[in-house]
Design a protein around this ligand. Structure first.
Ligand code: FAD
Ligand code: DHB
Length: 405
Protein backbone atom coordinates (compact mmCIF):
# COMPACT_ATOMS: atom_id res chain seq x y z
CA UNK A 1 0.00 0.00 0.00
CA UNK A 2 1.20 3.56 -0.65
CA UNK A 3 0.22 6.49 1.55
CA UNK A 4 1.01 10.15 1.03
CA UNK A 5 1.89 12.95 3.40
CA UNK A 6 3.90 16.17 3.34
CA UNK A 7 6.60 15.14 5.86
CA UNK A 8 7.43 11.48 6.47
CA UNK A 9 8.82 11.09 10.00
CA UNK A 10 10.89 8.10 11.10
CA UNK A 11 10.93 7.61 14.90
CA UNK A 12 8.41 8.32 17.67
CA UNK A 13 10.96 9.55 20.22
CA UNK A 14 11.01 13.12 21.52
CA UNK A 15 12.29 14.53 18.20
CA UNK A 16 9.77 12.80 15.90
CA UNK A 17 6.75 13.49 18.09
CA UNK A 18 7.63 17.15 18.71
CA UNK A 19 8.14 17.67 14.99
CA UNK A 20 4.79 16.09 14.11
CA UNK A 21 2.85 18.23 16.60
CA UNK A 22 4.64 21.43 15.65
CA UNK A 23 4.03 20.89 11.92
CA UNK A 24 0.37 20.15 12.61
CA UNK A 25 0.09 23.52 14.38
CA UNK A 26 1.16 25.10 11.08
CA UNK A 27 -1.22 22.99 9.02
CA UNK A 28 1.53 20.73 7.60
CA UNK A 29 0.69 17.02 7.51
CA UNK A 30 2.97 14.20 8.63
CA UNK A 31 2.94 10.47 9.31
CA UNK A 32 5.18 8.82 11.94
CA UNK A 33 6.74 5.36 11.58
CA UNK A 34 8.13 3.72 14.74
CA UNK A 35 9.75 0.31 14.62
CA UNK A 36 9.17 -0.54 18.30
CA UNK A 37 5.92 -1.26 20.10
CA UNK A 38 4.19 1.49 22.05
CA UNK A 39 4.88 -0.36 25.33
CA UNK A 40 8.59 -0.57 24.54
CA UNK A 41 8.95 3.12 23.65
CA UNK A 42 7.02 4.23 26.72
CA UNK A 43 9.01 2.12 29.13
CA UNK A 44 12.47 3.09 27.82
CA UNK A 45 14.04 4.92 30.76
CA UNK A 46 16.26 7.81 29.70
CA UNK A 47 16.35 11.56 30.18
CA UNK A 48 14.73 13.64 32.88
CA UNK A 49 16.14 17.14 32.68
CA UNK A 50 14.24 19.64 30.55
CA UNK A 51 15.65 23.04 29.70
CA UNK A 52 13.47 26.13 29.84
CA UNK A 53 13.25 26.23 26.01
CA UNK A 54 11.91 22.67 25.90
CA UNK A 55 9.25 23.36 28.53
CA UNK A 56 8.22 26.58 26.74
CA UNK A 57 7.89 24.76 23.41
CA UNK A 58 5.78 21.98 24.92
CA UNK A 59 3.58 24.62 26.59
CA UNK A 60 3.12 26.48 23.29
CA UNK A 61 2.15 23.23 21.60
CA UNK A 62 -0.48 22.54 24.29
CA UNK A 63 1.38 19.40 25.37
CA UNK A 64 2.45 20.39 28.86
CA UNK A 65 -0.65 19.89 31.05
CA UNK A 66 0.72 16.88 32.91
CA UNK A 67 4.30 18.17 32.78
CA UNK A 68 3.22 21.35 34.60
CA UNK A 69 1.32 19.32 37.20
CA UNK A 70 3.79 16.50 37.83
CA UNK A 71 7.14 17.93 36.72
CA UNK A 72 9.36 19.62 39.29
CA UNK A 73 10.85 23.01 38.52
CA UNK A 74 14.31 23.51 40.02
CA UNK A 75 15.88 26.88 40.74
CA UNK A 76 19.45 25.76 41.32
CA UNK A 77 21.86 22.84 41.25
CA UNK A 78 24.44 21.48 43.70
CA UNK A 79 28.02 20.72 42.71
CA UNK A 80 30.24 18.54 44.93
CA UNK A 81 33.98 18.11 44.85
CA UNK A 82 35.82 15.88 47.32
CA UNK A 83 32.75 15.98 49.57
CA UNK A 84 32.53 19.81 49.55
CA UNK A 85 29.21 21.16 48.25
CA UNK A 86 28.35 24.45 46.57
CA UNK A 87 25.13 25.63 44.96
CA UNK A 88 24.70 27.37 41.63
CA UNK A 89 21.42 29.31 41.77
CA UNK A 90 19.60 30.07 38.50
CA UNK A 91 17.32 33.08 39.25
CA UNK A 92 19.24 36.28 38.67
CA UNK A 93 22.12 34.54 36.87
CA UNK A 94 19.78 33.34 34.11
CA UNK A 95 17.01 35.96 34.05
CA UNK A 96 14.75 33.51 35.89
CA UNK A 97 15.15 30.60 33.52
CA UNK A 98 15.03 27.19 35.19
CA UNK A 99 15.10 23.46 34.55
CA UNK A 100 12.23 21.01 35.04
CA UNK A 101 12.53 17.36 35.97
CA UNK A 102 10.02 15.18 34.11
CA UNK A 103 10.79 11.74 32.63
CA UNK A 104 11.37 11.46 28.88
CA UNK A 105 8.98 8.51 28.65
CA UNK A 106 6.23 10.66 30.23
CA UNK A 107 6.73 13.30 27.53
CA UNK A 108 6.59 10.58 24.89
CA UNK A 109 3.39 9.21 26.44
CA UNK A 110 1.76 12.66 26.53
CA UNK A 111 2.67 13.43 22.92
CA UNK A 112 1.61 10.01 21.64
CA UNK A 113 -1.77 10.27 23.41
CA UNK A 114 -2.39 13.76 22.01
CA UNK A 115 -1.41 12.67 18.48
CA UNK A 116 -3.66 9.66 18.51
CA UNK A 117 -6.55 11.52 20.15
CA UNK A 118 -6.36 14.01 17.27
CA UNK A 119 -6.82 11.07 14.88
CA UNK A 120 -3.35 11.49 13.37
CA UNK A 121 -1.32 8.63 11.90
CA UNK A 122 1.46 6.94 13.88
CA UNK A 123 2.31 3.32 13.09
CA UNK A 124 4.05 1.34 15.84
CA UNK A 125 6.04 -1.76 14.89
CA UNK A 126 6.48 -0.19 11.46
CA UNK A 127 10.13 -0.39 10.46
CA UNK A 128 11.59 1.99 7.87
CA UNK A 129 13.74 -0.22 5.63
CA UNK A 130 14.84 2.09 2.86
CA UNK A 131 14.63 5.78 1.97
CA UNK A 132 14.77 6.52 -1.76
CA UNK A 133 14.66 9.48 -4.15
CA UNK A 134 15.96 11.97 -1.58
CA UNK A 135 17.43 14.07 -4.38
CA UNK A 136 13.99 14.50 -5.94
CA UNK A 137 10.92 16.45 -4.79
CA UNK A 138 9.13 13.20 -3.96
CA UNK A 139 11.19 10.99 -1.64
CA UNK A 140 9.72 7.72 -0.38
CA UNK A 141 10.15 5.53 2.67
CA UNK A 142 9.75 1.79 2.25
CA UNK A 143 8.59 0.21 5.48
CA UNK A 144 7.15 -3.01 6.84
CA UNK A 145 3.99 -3.15 8.93
CA UNK A 146 2.03 -6.20 10.07
CA UNK A 147 4.18 -8.45 7.90
CA UNK A 148 3.62 -6.48 4.69
CA UNK A 149 5.63 -3.99 2.64
CA UNK A 150 4.34 -0.41 2.37
CA UNK A 151 5.46 2.94 0.94
CA UNK A 152 5.21 6.37 2.52
CA UNK A 153 5.43 8.98 -0.21
CA UNK A 154 6.24 12.54 0.90
CA UNK A 155 7.79 15.93 0.10
CA UNK A 156 10.45 15.63 2.82
CA UNK A 157 11.82 12.88 5.08
CA UNK A 158 12.69 13.69 8.70
CA UNK A 159 14.91 11.00 10.18
CA UNK A 160 14.26 11.34 13.92
CA UNK A 161 15.37 7.76 14.35
CA UNK A 162 18.08 7.92 17.00
CA UNK A 163 21.76 7.02 16.92
CA UNK A 164 21.30 3.60 15.27
CA UNK A 165 18.66 4.77 12.79
CA UNK A 166 18.35 4.48 9.03
CA UNK A 167 18.54 8.22 8.22
CA UNK A 168 22.25 8.77 8.76
CA UNK A 169 23.10 5.51 6.99
CA UNK A 170 21.13 6.71 3.95
CA UNK A 171 23.17 9.91 3.53
CA UNK A 172 26.10 9.46 1.12
CA UNK A 173 29.24 8.90 3.21
CA UNK A 174 31.09 11.75 1.51
CA UNK A 175 28.29 14.26 2.13
CA UNK A 176 29.29 14.93 5.74
CA UNK A 177 32.26 15.01 8.11
CA UNK A 178 32.25 13.10 11.37
CA UNK A 179 33.55 13.78 14.90
CA UNK A 180 33.75 11.06 17.49
CA UNK A 181 35.08 10.83 21.05
CA UNK A 182 34.68 7.79 23.28
CA UNK A 183 35.14 8.46 26.98
CA UNK A 184 37.03 5.89 29.08
CA UNK A 185 34.11 5.38 31.49
CA UNK A 186 30.37 4.63 31.49
CA UNK A 187 27.33 5.41 33.66
CA UNK A 188 25.36 2.96 35.71
CA UNK A 189 21.89 4.50 36.15
CA UNK A 190 19.25 3.36 38.63
CA UNK A 191 15.66 4.14 39.52
CA UNK A 192 14.68 3.42 43.11
CA UNK A 193 11.49 3.57 45.12
CA UNK A 194 12.77 6.02 47.68
CA UNK A 195 12.13 9.69 48.41
CA UNK A 196 14.86 11.91 46.89
CA UNK A 197 17.55 12.87 49.40
CA UNK A 198 17.91 16.34 47.89
CA UNK A 199 15.37 18.75 46.43
CA UNK A 200 17.85 19.74 43.72
CA UNK A 201 20.26 17.70 41.61
CA UNK A 202 23.79 16.98 42.87
CA UNK A 203 26.73 16.42 40.49
CA UNK A 204 29.74 15.04 42.37
CA UNK A 205 33.42 14.43 41.79
CA UNK A 206 34.92 11.92 44.19
CA UNK A 207 38.20 10.02 44.15
CA UNK A 208 36.12 6.87 43.58
CA UNK A 209 34.42 8.48 40.57
CA UNK A 210 31.48 10.61 39.50
CA UNK A 211 28.00 10.39 41.03
CA UNK A 212 24.73 12.19 40.19
CA UNK A 213 21.65 12.46 42.32
CA UNK A 214 18.45 13.17 40.40
CA UNK A 215 14.82 12.28 40.87
CA UNK A 216 11.57 11.56 39.11
CA UNK A 217 8.95 12.30 41.80
CA UNK A 218 8.52 12.63 45.55
CA UNK A 219 8.81 8.86 45.84
CA UNK A 220 11.22 7.90 43.05
CA UNK A 221 14.95 8.75 42.94
CA UNK A 222 17.16 8.57 39.85
CA UNK A 223 20.88 8.18 40.47
CA UNK A 224 23.98 7.54 38.37
CA UNK A 225 27.59 6.49 39.08
CA UNK A 226 30.71 6.34 36.97
CA UNK A 227 31.73 2.74 36.24
CA UNK A 228 34.36 1.04 34.08
CA UNK A 229 33.58 0.64 30.37
CA UNK A 230 33.48 -3.15 30.72
CA UNK A 231 31.25 -3.08 33.86
CA UNK A 232 28.18 -5.32 33.86
CA UNK A 233 24.94 -4.76 35.74
CA UNK A 234 25.50 -8.15 37.45
CA UNK A 235 28.72 -6.75 39.05
CA UNK A 236 26.60 -4.18 40.83
CA UNK A 237 24.25 -5.64 43.43
CA UNK A 238 22.02 -3.06 45.15
CA UNK A 239 24.11 -2.83 48.36
CA UNK A 240 27.25 -2.06 46.37
CA UNK A 241 25.49 0.73 44.45
CA UNK A 242 24.09 2.38 47.58
CA UNK A 243 27.44 2.11 49.38
CA UNK A 244 29.25 3.74 46.47
CA UNK A 245 26.63 6.49 46.09
CA UNK A 246 26.69 7.35 49.76
CA UNK A 247 30.49 7.67 49.78
CA UNK A 248 30.70 9.66 46.54
CA UNK A 249 27.82 12.06 47.27
CA UNK A 250 28.59 12.58 50.98
CA UNK A 251 28.87 16.01 52.59
CA UNK A 252 28.73 16.96 56.23
CA UNK A 253 25.24 16.86 57.71
CA UNK A 254 23.64 15.21 54.64
CA UNK A 255 22.35 11.66 54.37
CA UNK A 256 21.47 9.58 51.33
CA UNK A 257 18.18 7.67 51.54
CA UNK A 258 18.33 4.18 50.04
CA UNK A 259 15.49 1.90 48.95
CA UNK A 260 14.49 -0.85 46.51
CA UNK A 261 16.05 -0.44 43.06
CA UNK A 262 13.69 -1.32 40.20
CA UNK A 263 15.76 -0.34 37.14
CA UNK A 264 19.48 -0.62 36.41
CA UNK A 265 21.27 0.04 33.13
CA UNK A 266 24.71 0.95 31.82
CA UNK A 267 25.24 3.73 29.26
CA UNK A 268 28.52 4.30 27.39
CA UNK A 269 29.72 7.90 27.23
CA UNK A 270 30.42 9.35 23.83
CA UNK A 271 30.39 12.51 21.78
CA UNK A 272 29.37 11.98 18.19
CA UNK A 273 28.63 14.53 15.55
CA UNK A 274 28.16 15.00 11.84
CA UNK A 275 28.70 18.42 10.32
CA UNK A 276 25.87 18.28 7.76
CA UNK A 277 22.44 17.22 8.94
CA UNK A 278 20.77 17.34 5.54
CA UNK A 279 21.13 15.68 2.17
CA UNK A 280 18.65 16.60 -0.54
CA UNK A 281 15.18 16.24 0.99
CA UNK A 282 16.38 14.12 3.92
CA UNK A 283 16.84 15.91 7.25
CA UNK A 284 18.30 14.43 10.44
CA UNK A 285 17.29 15.57 13.94
CA UNK A 286 18.32 14.65 17.49
CA UNK A 287 20.37 11.56 18.31
CA UNK A 288 20.31 10.57 14.63
CA UNK A 289 22.84 13.37 14.03
CA UNK A 290 24.59 13.82 17.36
CA UNK A 291 25.24 12.33 20.77
CA UNK A 292 26.55 14.23 23.78
CA UNK A 293 27.76 12.58 26.97
CA UNK A 294 24.78 12.73 29.36
CA UNK A 295 26.46 14.91 32.05
CA UNK A 296 24.38 18.10 32.01
CA UNK A 297 21.30 16.52 30.43
CA UNK A 298 21.45 18.02 26.94
CA UNK A 299 20.47 15.20 24.51
CA UNK A 300 16.70 15.48 24.51
CA UNK A 301 16.85 19.25 24.66
CA UNK A 302 19.09 19.34 21.59
CA UNK A 303 16.67 17.08 19.75
CA UNK A 304 13.84 19.55 20.46
CA UNK A 305 16.04 22.51 19.43
CA UNK A 306 16.84 20.81 16.09
CA UNK A 307 13.11 20.39 15.54
CA UNK A 308 12.58 24.13 16.09
CA UNK A 309 15.00 24.92 13.26
CA UNK A 310 13.54 22.29 10.97
CA UNK A 311 10.00 23.58 11.58
CA UNK A 312 11.18 27.14 10.77
CA UNK A 313 12.52 25.83 7.45
CA UNK A 314 9.49 23.74 6.53
CA UNK A 315 7.05 26.54 7.40
CA UNK A 316 9.03 28.97 5.24
CA UNK A 317 8.90 26.44 2.41
CA UNK A 318 5.17 25.71 2.59
CA UNK A 319 4.03 29.26 3.38
CA UNK A 320 6.45 31.33 1.29
CA UNK A 321 7.65 28.80 -1.25
CA UNK A 322 11.22 29.55 -0.12
CA UNK A 323 13.95 26.97 0.42
CA UNK A 324 16.35 29.46 2.05
CA UNK A 325 15.59 28.69 5.73
CA UNK A 326 15.64 24.94 5.06
CA UNK A 327 19.04 25.30 3.42
CA UNK A 328 20.29 26.94 6.63
CA UNK A 329 18.87 24.19 8.86
CA UNK A 330 22.12 22.38 9.40
CA UNK A 331 24.24 25.44 10.14
CA UNK A 332 21.62 26.84 12.55
CA UNK A 333 21.22 23.58 14.43
CA UNK A 334 24.97 22.93 14.56
CA UNK A 335 25.65 26.15 16.47
CA UNK A 336 23.62 24.95 19.43
CA UNK A 337 25.03 21.46 19.06
CA UNK A 338 28.60 22.66 19.33
CA UNK A 339 27.68 24.77 22.37
CA UNK A 340 26.14 21.71 24.02
CA UNK A 341 29.09 19.47 23.09
CA UNK A 342 31.37 21.97 24.82
CA UNK A 343 29.18 22.24 27.92
CA UNK A 344 28.65 18.48 28.21
CA UNK A 345 32.37 17.91 27.76
CA UNK A 346 33.09 20.53 30.44
CA UNK A 347 30.69 18.91 32.93
CA UNK A 348 32.04 15.45 32.09
CA UNK A 349 35.71 16.33 32.51
CA UNK A 350 35.09 18.40 35.64
CA UNK A 351 33.22 15.68 37.54
CA UNK A 352 34.60 12.33 36.34
CA UNK A 353 37.66 10.63 37.72
CA UNK A 354 40.15 10.52 34.86
CA UNK A 355 43.44 10.07 36.66
CA UNK A 356 44.79 9.39 40.14
CA UNK A 357 43.86 11.64 43.04
CA UNK A 358 46.56 14.34 43.25
CA UNK A 359 47.62 13.98 39.58
CA UNK A 360 47.96 16.97 37.23
CA UNK A 361 44.50 16.28 35.76
CA UNK A 362 42.99 16.09 39.25
CA UNK A 363 44.61 19.41 40.23
CA UNK A 364 43.12 21.10 37.16
CA UNK A 365 39.66 19.81 38.06
CA UNK A 366 40.06 20.94 41.65
CA UNK A 367 41.32 24.38 40.58
CA UNK A 368 38.27 24.76 38.36
CA UNK A 369 35.88 23.79 41.14
CA UNK A 370 37.57 26.17 43.60
CA UNK A 371 37.25 29.01 41.11
CA UNK A 372 33.56 28.24 40.43
CA UNK A 373 32.90 28.34 44.16
CA UNK A 374 34.12 31.96 44.47
CA UNK A 375 33.25 33.39 41.04
CA UNK A 376 29.84 34.79 40.15
CA UNK A 377 31.00 34.99 36.51
CA UNK A 378 31.84 31.27 36.34
CA UNK A 379 28.60 30.34 38.10
CA UNK A 380 26.73 32.44 35.51
CA UNK A 381 28.40 30.59 32.65
CA UNK A 382 27.39 27.25 34.13
CA UNK A 383 23.85 28.36 35.01
CA UNK A 384 23.02 29.84 31.60
CA UNK A 385 24.32 26.80 29.73
CA UNK A 386 22.61 24.41 32.10
CA UNK A 387 19.13 25.96 31.80
CA UNK A 388 19.75 26.42 28.05
CA UNK A 389 20.42 29.58 26.06
CA UNK A 390 17.33 31.28 24.59
CA UNK A 391 17.06 30.99 20.79
CA UNK A 392 16.82 34.78 20.39
CA UNK A 393 20.02 35.45 22.28
CA UNK A 394 22.03 32.60 20.83
CA UNK A 395 21.49 31.31 17.28
CA UNK A 396 19.94 34.56 16.06
CA UNK A 397 22.81 36.72 17.36
CA UNK A 398 25.49 34.31 16.17
CA UNK A 399 23.98 34.05 12.71
CA UNK A 400 23.91 37.87 12.55
CA UNK A 401 27.61 38.08 13.51
CA UNK A 402 28.57 35.37 11.01
CA UNK A 403 26.65 37.07 8.22
CA UNK A 404 28.39 40.41 8.91
CA UNK A 405 31.90 38.90 9.02
P1 FAD B 1 15.31 8.51 20.29
O1 FAD B 1 14.71 8.83 21.59
O2 FAD B 1 16.39 7.48 20.24
O3 FAD B 1 14.14 8.10 19.30
C1 FAD B 1 14.36 7.50 18.04
C2 FAD B 1 13.21 6.57 17.71
O4 FAD B 1 13.37 6.08 16.40
C3 FAD B 1 13.18 5.36 18.62
O5 FAD B 1 11.90 5.25 19.21
C4 FAD B 1 13.50 4.19 17.71
O6 FAD B 1 12.85 3.01 18.10
C5 FAD B 1 13.00 4.71 16.35
N1 FAD B 1 13.64 4.08 15.17
C6 FAD B 1 14.95 3.83 14.97
N2 FAD B 1 15.15 3.26 13.76
C7 FAD B 1 13.93 3.16 13.17
C8 FAD B 1 13.47 2.64 11.91
N3 FAD B 1 14.32 2.10 11.01
N4 FAD B 1 12.14 2.69 11.63
C9 FAD B 1 11.26 3.23 12.51
N5 FAD B 1 11.64 3.73 13.73
C10 FAD B 1 12.96 3.70 14.06
N6 FAD B 1 18.88 14.07 27.48
C11 FAD B 1 18.44 15.19 28.11
O7 FAD B 1 18.12 16.17 27.44
N7 FAD B 1 18.34 15.27 29.48
C12 FAD B 1 18.73 14.23 30.27
O8 FAD B 1 18.58 14.31 31.50
C13 FAD B 1 19.24 13.04 29.64
N8 FAD B 1 19.63 11.99 30.37
C14 FAD B 1 19.97 10.83 29.73
C15 FAD B 1 20.31 9.76 30.51
C16 FAD B 1 20.66 8.55 29.90
C17 FAD B 1 21.03 7.39 30.76
C18 FAD B 1 20.62 8.43 28.46
C19 FAD B 1 20.94 7.11 27.78
C20 FAD B 1 20.29 9.52 27.68
C21 FAD B 1 19.98 10.73 28.30
N9 FAD B 1 19.63 11.84 27.55
C22 FAD B 1 19.27 13.00 28.19
C23 FAD B 1 19.62 11.78 26.09
C24 FAD B 1 18.21 11.58 25.49
O9 FAD B 1 17.57 10.48 26.08
C25 FAD B 1 18.29 11.44 23.97
O10 FAD B 1 19.09 12.47 23.46
C26 FAD B 1 16.91 11.48 23.31
O11 FAD B 1 16.26 10.24 23.46
C27 FAD B 1 17.00 11.79 21.80
O12 FAD B 1 15.72 11.76 21.23
P2 FAD B 1 15.51 11.35 19.71
O13 FAD B 1 14.05 11.50 19.46
O14 FAD B 1 16.48 12.06 18.86
O15 FAD B 1 15.94 9.82 19.62
C1 DHB C 1 19.30 13.31 34.58
C2 DHB C 1 20.20 12.85 33.64
C3 DHB C 1 21.31 13.61 33.35
O1 DHB C 1 22.20 13.19 32.44
C4 DHB C 1 21.54 14.81 33.99
O2 DHB C 1 22.65 15.53 33.70
C5 DHB C 1 20.63 15.27 34.91
C6 DHB C 1 19.50 14.51 35.20
C7 DHB C 1 18.10 12.50 34.89
O3 DHB C 1 17.95 11.42 34.30
O4 DHB C 1 17.32 12.92 35.75
Amino acid sequence: MEIKTQVGIIGAGPAGLTLAHWLKKHGISSVILENRSREYVESRVRAGLLEQNTVDILKDLGLADRLLKEGQEHHGVYLNFDNQRIRVPFGKLTGDRNITIYGQQEIVKDMTDAWQEAGERLFFEAEAKKIIDIETSNPKIYYTFEGENHTLSCDFVAACDGFHGLGRKTMPKDSYGEYQVTYPFSWLGILANVAPSSEELIYAYHERGFALHSLRSNTVSRLYIQVENDAKVEDWPDERIWEELSVRLATEGWKLNSGPIFEKSITPMRSYFIDKMQYGRLFLTGDAAHIVPPTGGKGLNLAVADVKHLVDGLVDYYKNDSIKTLDNYSSQALKRNWRAQDFSNFMTTLFHKQDEHGSFQYQLQKAKFDYISISEAYKTTIAENYVGLPFESFEEILIGINERS
